[in-house]
Design a protein around this ligand. Structure first.
Ligand code: BDR
Ligand code: CA
Length: 327
């Protein structure tokens, strides 16, 4: 593994031509997935949440799809269709994170289902239909739906305007020392997506690994301040975060909000810095299974890996946007 040289923070250039106004979120809610959906809904002047597709992941598909419906209701967006995708990994055994996100996937917080149910079309077909409309895809769960869409329609690599992924780790893991949850849960799918070389060079996938998401944590003060702002959305987010226990939470002094950063990139790329790298994913059995291997020296990069975050600006902006949903 070749690691990036350290360098001062230089924001990634805003690339409006490589991000569509309409975005699709493929997710496994999941507490940070829920915050990602809320953030998209909180920026209507910059993005329009076109649809949500659910995958297996933090909890089973029946719960992640239902949780997506609950979160769209909380966000005041009952119009956004929610589609259920794949219920299990391509070949791996099912693996979840209920010990982190709670048995219901939302930290034990019970929310009403809201209007409307789960839409009829399959999540994979929805990702393809959204690609045909040139939409940006933000994938923040295991990459099963995305991989199946690419297997079914390889041309999606040039049809999605941009693919932004939360997953992987250059120098760290969170399921094993080598592997991050979204990649570990379906390494074969991740390898299918991340070793595709058909992406346009100017619109390579953007990858948010743990090395980036661990840079901006939500402190106890941040969470208390959000709760005190008084609205239903903010109180609910604070309650969910109270039931969100990552093993690193205590040691790091705050809670990771991984998935919200991937949505943030589509709106505020100036908050992040990224470097091009060629990515591979280890699919062998053994201690390295699910590792993302990033070669920052490659002349044929396949992704832009986020390496730096303006943490105070990101966490401040996130709070301001969540508060705006209650206004
Ligand atoms: C990722 O794993 C999940 O538990 C989170 O929702 C996030 O997508 C972080 O490793
Ligand atoms: Ca997730």
């Amino acid at each position: 593994m070749t690691e990036p040289q350290s360098a001062p923070f230089t924001p990634s250039p805003a690339a409006p031509s490589t991000v569509s106004r309409d975005i699709v979120i493929d997710c496994d809610p999941g507490i940070d997935d829920a915050i990602a959906i809320l953030l998209a809904a909180a920026c209507p002047d910059r993005v329009r949440l076109s649809s949500i597709t659910a995958t297996h992941g933090n909890v089973g598909l029946a719960l992640t799809a239902r949780n997506a419906c609950k979160v769209r209701a909380l966000a005041g967006r009952p119009d956004v269709p929610v589609h259920a995708g794949c219920p299990r990994p391509l070949t791996a055994r099912v693996h979840d994170a209920a010990h982190i996100h709670g048995g219901n996937g939302l930290g034990g917080v019970e929310l009403p289902d809201g209007e409307g149910g789960i839409a009829a079309a399959h999540g994979v077909d929805t990702l393809i239909a959204e690609g045909e409309r040139g939409r940006t895809l933000v994938a923040v769960g295991p990459l099963t739906n995305v991989a199946v869409a690419l297997i079914k329609r390889p041309d999606m690599a040039t049809r999605w305007r941009r693919l932004v992924i939360m997953g992987g780790g250059v120098a760290t893991g969170n399921v094993t020392p080598a592997a991050e949850f979204n990649i570990f849960t379906d390494p074969e799918a991740a390898r299918t997506v991340l070793t595709t070389t058909d992406w346009p060079q100017a619109a390579r996938p953007v990858l948010f690994p743990l090395d980036a998401t661990h840079q901006a944590l939500l402190s106890p003060d941040w969470i208390a301040d959000l709760a005190a702002s008084g609205g239903a959305v903010c109180r609910t987010v604070a309650a969910m975060l109270g039931g969100y226990e990552t093993p690193s939470t205590a040691a790091r002094g705050g809670k990771c909000v991984h998935d919200a950063m991937a949505v943030a990139w589509t709106i505020r790329p100036d908050l992040f810095e990224a470097r091009a790298a060629r990515i591979d994913v280890v699919t062998d059995s053994g201690a390295s299974r699910g590792r993302t291997v990033a070669d920052f020296t490659s002349r044929e990069p396949t992704a832009d890996i986020v390496t730096g975050v303006d943490a105070p600006a990101f966490t401040g902006w996130l709070k301001e946007r969540l508060v705006s949903l209650d206004a």
